[in-house]
Design a protein around this ligand. Structure first.
Ligand SMILES: Cc1cc2nc3c(=O)[nH]c(=O)nc-3n(C[C@H](O)[C@H](O)[C@H](O)COP(=O)(O)OP(=O)(O)OC[C@H]3O[C@@H](n4cnc5c(N)ncnc54)[C@H](O)[C@@H]3O)c2cc1C
Length: 446
C-alpha cells in the first residue's frame, strides 16, 4: 500500500466532480502562479473516483435556474467543459426547455440574466416556440408549449468519460491521488482543522477542501456544526430551525432506442430536452393517470452510458428527510431505486412529447437506477469556509453544472483572490436575509 503523506499543503476530500475539479485546478493554479507544485495537492477518497453521485449522474449541463447568481457559475463551468470536450466527454448539443404560459415571465427573466453574463440563449414565445420545436423534432407535440428557452452553450457529459477525464487531468497536473482512505473526523483547535483523522492516520494540511457529496452531513457534524438553522428571506420572511441537510432520492431511467431514431430533423445529436408542464397531467398510453404527480421530464442521448443507442432521463426527485442510509451508494443500495411507477410515468411523458416514443415503455431498461443527494436548506449550493482553514463545496446536487467551481475556488485558495461569483453562495446568506427560494417550479432544481 502506498504510503500516505502525513502533511500536505492542500488536502481535498472526495474524488467526485468537485474534489477532482478542485484538485486539478489547484494544482494548475499553483504551477501557473509560481506559488507551488501540483504535488502540493493530495486528493483522498474512501472508495475511488466516481463512487458517489458523480458516477451515476445523468450529466446534463444546463442553466435553467430561477436563482440568478447561478447563471454566472454555469458560464465558468461550460468554459471548463469546453477546455477539453473530448477527454471530459462533453457534448455541446445545447439545451431546450419548454414550459406553459404560467412560466413565461420566469423564462423571460432567466433569458435576460443568462445573456447578461455571456451565456447565450434564445427565447421563443407562443407560435414561435412551437415552430422552433417542430424544426428540431418534427413529431413534437407542441400543444402546451407556450415558452421555449434554447441555451446554446449547454449540453451533457458522459458520466464515465467525465470521471476518467478528470482523473487524468489530476494525474497530469501532478496531484497525489490516494483511494481507500476514509476520513473519520477532524482534530479541531480554536476553529482550525489541525488534522484530518483517517483510517490510515492523521493528515495535517494547510488547507482542507471538503467535497463529500451526499456524505456532507457527517463532515458537518464532525466539524461541530448545528443540525438546524434559521433562515431569513429577502422579503423579510423567516423559517426557524430548518434541517441543515435534507436527503432526496433521484428518479432516473433509460430507454433503449432499438431502431428508433433520436436525432434532430437535420440529423444531429439533439439538445438536452427538459419539459415542465405545471398544468398538464401525465397519462399513460393505456389511459392511466398519475393524480399526484406533475409533468416534469428530461432526456438526453446516452449511448455511452447504456452501451447501446438509448436515452437517459428522469423527473422530480423525492424528499427523504434529514436522515438516510448512505452506504452502499447508488445503484447498489436497494432502498433508493426508482419506484415501480417511474417507468410507466417516464415513458408516458416521452410518448406525450414525441410520436417516435409511442410504445417505448417496452424498451425501458429494467435495472437499478438510483442515487441520493444531500440538499441545502434552500436547495442552492453552499460554497464557503467552514473552519479557518477548511472550505466546503456542497452543491445541493447540481454538480455536473458546477464543474467550474473548482476553477474559481483555486483562484481563491491559492492567490487569496476574492471571487465575486462565489460570494452569493456563502453560509451568511441564511442569517442575512439572502436565502434563495424564489422559484416557480415543482422541482427543487430549477
Ligand atoms: C441519479 C443522479 C442523477 C444526476 N444527474 C445530474 C445531471 O444530469 N446534471 C447535474 O448537473 N447533476 C446531476 N446530478 C448531481 C451530481 O451528480 C452531483 O451534484 C455531483 O456529482 C456531486 O459531486 P460531488 O463531488 O459533490 O460528490 P460525489 O460525486 O458524491 O463525491 C463525493 C466523494 O466523497 C467521498 N467521501 C465522502 N465521505 C468521505 C469520507 N469520510 N472519507 C473519504 N471520502 C469520502 C465519496 O466516496 C465520494 O466519492 C445527479 C445526481 C444523481 C444521484
Amino acid at each position: 500500500m502506498e504510503e500516505l503523506p502525513k502533511s500536505v499543503r492542500y488536502l481535498v476530500i472526495g474524488a467526485g466532480m468537485h474534489g477532482l475539479s478542485t484538485a486539478w485546478h489547484l494544482a494548475e493554479e499553483l504551477e501557473r502562479s509560481g506559488r507551488g507544485k501540483g504535488s502540493g495537492v493530495l486528493l483522498i477518497d474512501k472508495t475511488g473516483p466516481g463512487a458517489g453521485a458523480t458516477g451515476v449522474a445523468c450529466g446534463c449541463v444546463r442553466n435553467l435556474y430561477m436563482t440568478g447568481p447561478l447563471h454566472a457559475i454555469l458560464r465558468h463551468s461550460v468554459d471548463v467543459w469546453q477546455s477539453d470536450p473530448v477527454n471530459l466527454g462533453f457534448q455541446q448539443v445545447g439545451y431546450v426547455s419548454v414550459g406553459e404560459a404560467n412560466q413565461t415571465a420566469d423564462y423571460e427573466a432567466i433569458h435576460k440574466s443568462q445573456n447578461a453574463v455571456g451565456y447565450a440563449s434564445d427565447l421563443y414565445v407562443g407560435a414561435e416556440g412551437k415552430a422552433f420545436l417542430k424544426r428540431l423534432w418534427p413529431d413534437f407535440n407542441t400543444e402546451k408549449a407556450d415558452c421555449v428557452l434554447h441555451e446554446k452553450p449547454s449540453g451533457y457529459a458522459g458520466t464515465h468519460l467525465a470521471v476518467r477525464g478528470l482523473v487524468e487531468k489530476c494525474t497530469t497536473a501532478g496531484v497525489q491521488l490516494h483511494y481507500g482512505v476514509t476520513v473519520h473526523g477532524y482534530d479541531m483547535t480554536n476553529g482550525r482543522v489541525e488534522g484530518v483523522v483517517t483510517d490510515r492516520g492523521t493528515i495535517r494540511a494547510d488547507c482542507v477542501v471538503i467535497c463529500a457529496g451526499a456524505w456532507v452531513q457527517k463532515h458537518w457534524q464532525w466539524l461541530g456544526k448545528p443540525a438546524t438553522l434559521d433562515l431569513r428571506y429577502p422579503d423579510g420572511g423567516t423559517a426557524e430551525a430548518q434541517d441543515m441537510w435534507t436527503f432526496w432520492r433521484l428518479l432516473e431511467g433509460e430507454v433503449l432506442l432499438d431502431g428508433t431514431l433520436y436525432r434532430t430533423a437535420d440529423d444531429r445529436d439533439p439538445p438536452v430536452l427538459h419539459v415542465e408542464l405545471m398544468n398538464t397531467p401525465v397519462v399513460t398510453e393505456a389511459g392511466h393517470r398519475f393524480p399526484d404527480l406533475h409533468f416534469y421530464t428530461y432526456l438526453r442521448y446516452a449511448a455511452e452510458r447504456i452501451g447501446a443507442p438509448g436515452i437517459q432521463g428522469g423527473t422530480i426527485p423525492i424528499k427523504i428527510g434529514p436522515e438516510a442510509v448512505l452506504d452502499p451508494y447508488g445503484h447498489a443500495n436497494p432502498l433508493y431505486q426508482a419506484d415501480d411507477w417511474f417507468a410507466d410515468y417516464y415513458c408516458a411523458t416521452l410518448a406525450y412529447l414525441m410520436e417516435r416514443f409511442k410504445g417505448c415503455r417496452q424498451r425501458f431498461r429494467e435495472r437499478p437506477n438510483g442515487g441520493i443527494g444531500a440538499f441545502t436548506p434552500d436547495n442552492v449550493p453552499i460554497f464557503d469556509w467552514v473552519a479557518d482553514n477548511a472550505y466546503m463545496v456542497a452543491d445541493s446536487n447540481h454538480g455536473y453544472k458546477m464543474i467550474g467551481v473548482g476553477k474559481l475556488l483555486a483562484r481563491h485558495l491559492v492567490g487569496g483572490e476574492t471571487v465575486p461569483e462565489l460570494i452569493p453562495f456563502g453560509l451568511a446568506r441564511f442569517a442575512e436575509g439572502r436565502t434563495f427560494g424564489d422559484r416557480n417550479s415543482n422541482c427543487p432544481w430549477v
